[in-house]
Design a protein around this ligand. Structure first.
Ligand code: NDP
Length: 376
């Protein structure tokens, strides 16, 4: 029987009795920690400034309103009108608002513990390093950088500055995803044989930064294909040792030189499992993970959207409750940064460098047509 339902029956509660399931309330086994029922999520608040008041920054800010351990206390933006609107909406004082020219001064602001960077990909490298030098904890959106070399420089800068670097891998805290990881690590699925990752959508406005090589660093692989790269690693539970990849471009006007439209790639893992993945900006309905193993299977579809995530395994439908990913992520990250908690799936800069190494190899495999060896 499903572990959560099993637990609820044992304690005689209906599912409605637990309004929000935070993954920090799951035991390492994936079962609900009974102490959660009597012990609310308490402890100091992580005070966060968001850098880049765009679509995703707005989603994170909204989600943090429901956090128990994280709250928005600062803004960094190049658009004064947005700053004004956000100040009013979230009650942020002027002394906690910065521009891209002035944000090094967060160093002297005791109201800000961490800066969450939600700007276009190409800006992450310099911004992360500047925040680290200002002595604040850093949370950076995916892709953390444009390549593994940049990523390693960011990890090194944070280490040198004595701050932590986390990456917005929200799926690492998603309950159905974690249940599959639990089934794999407990041995219930047996030896992992195959992973399929399909990640794509049809992108609109051709003038947006996502289709600008200078700001995006590439095309669909940087934005959406990275979910299949990262997902392959946490679903299989190993780091790949080789990559092959093939690129297809049907619209070279919209997808210019260096901006990939569609890439298929394959990964090989040390335990013998293989992965077959697709990343595209030119097809809809592609958000699916499938894991095939010796004793069973697991699938998620949608696998990485904002939810509800849906999935099933050889045991039946996955019934873990829907959570707002960014709320859970920020409560979990507060515990990682303030309490030293270790997440079930890593979300640090080193984890992101591994994905960037795979992305580098995918692009190199497309360019050369040859198999790339990986050493993550
Ligand atoms: P948006 O274009 O909606 O927002 C980016 C913001 O960055 C802008 O609004 C702007 O804010 C700021 N900015 C600074 N310099 C520039 C520039 N040169 N061009 C454009 N914007 C600039 O992008 P998203 O919010 O969708 O994406 C931001 C990051 O978040 C990306 O790295 C993306 O991959 C990631 N992301 C992650 C998701 C996830 O699920 N984890 C989902 C969506 C995005 P201001 O005006 O305040 O300066």
């Amino acid at each position: 029987m499903n572990s959560r339902r099993d637990f609820l029956q044992k304690i005689g509660l209906s599912a409605l009795a637990i309004p929000i399931l935070h993954t920090n309330n799951l035991l390492p086994s994936g079962r609900l920690d009974p102490r959660h029922l009597s012990k609310p999520l308490d402890g100091p608040m992580l005070r966060v400034a968001i850098m880049g008041l765009g679509g995703y920054g707005g989603r994170v800010a909204e989600a943090m309103l429901n956090c128990k351990r994280a709250k928005l206390t600062g803004l960094i933006s190049g658009t004064p009108a947005k700053v004004k609107a956000w100040q009013e909406k979230y009650g942020i004082p002027a002394k906690n608002c910065y521009t891209y020219q002035t944000f090094d001064q967060v160093k002297d602001n005791p109201d800000i513990d961490a800066v969450y960077i939600t700007t276009p990909n190409a800006l992450h490298h310099d911004q992360v390093i500047r925040v680290a030098k200002a002595g604040k904890q850093v949370i950076c959106e995916k892709p953390m950088a444009l390549n593994a070399l940049q990523g390693q420089e960011m990890v090194d800068a944070c280490q040198k500055a004595g701050v932590k670097l986390l990456v917005g891998y929200r799926m690492h805290f998603e309950p159905k995803t974690l249940e599959i990881v639990r089934m794999r690590t407990s041995g219930e699925l047996g030896k992992i044989r195959f992973f399929q990752g399909l990640s794509g959508f049809t992108i609109g406005d051709p003038t947006q930064w996502r289709l600008n090589k200078e700001l995006a660093g590439g095309g669909s692989m940087m934005d959406i294909g990275i979910y299949s790269v990262n997902g392959a690693r946490y679903m299989v539970g190993e780091d790949p040792i080789w990559v092959t990849a093939q690129e297809t471009k049907t619209d070279p006007v919209k997808f210019k030189e260096g901006v990939d439209e569609t890439i298929q790639f394959q990964l090989g893992f040390p335990g013998g499992a293989v992965a077959s993945c697709l990343s595209t900006y030119n097809m809809n309905n592609l958000d699916r993970f499938f894991l095939d193993a010796e004793k069973g299977f697991a699938e998620l579809q949608p696998a990485t959207g904002y939810g509800p995530i849906k999935g099933r395994t050889n045991e039946g439908e996955l019934t873990q409750p829907h959570v707002t990913h960014q709320t859970v992520q920020m409560d979990e990250m507060a515990q990682i940064l303030l309490d030293g908690k270790t997440p079930i799936i890593p979300v640090d800069g080193n984890e992101a460098v591994k994905d960037l190494k795979v992305l580098d190899a995918v692009y190199e495999a497309c360019r050369t047509g040859s198999k790339q060896t990986l050493n993550l």
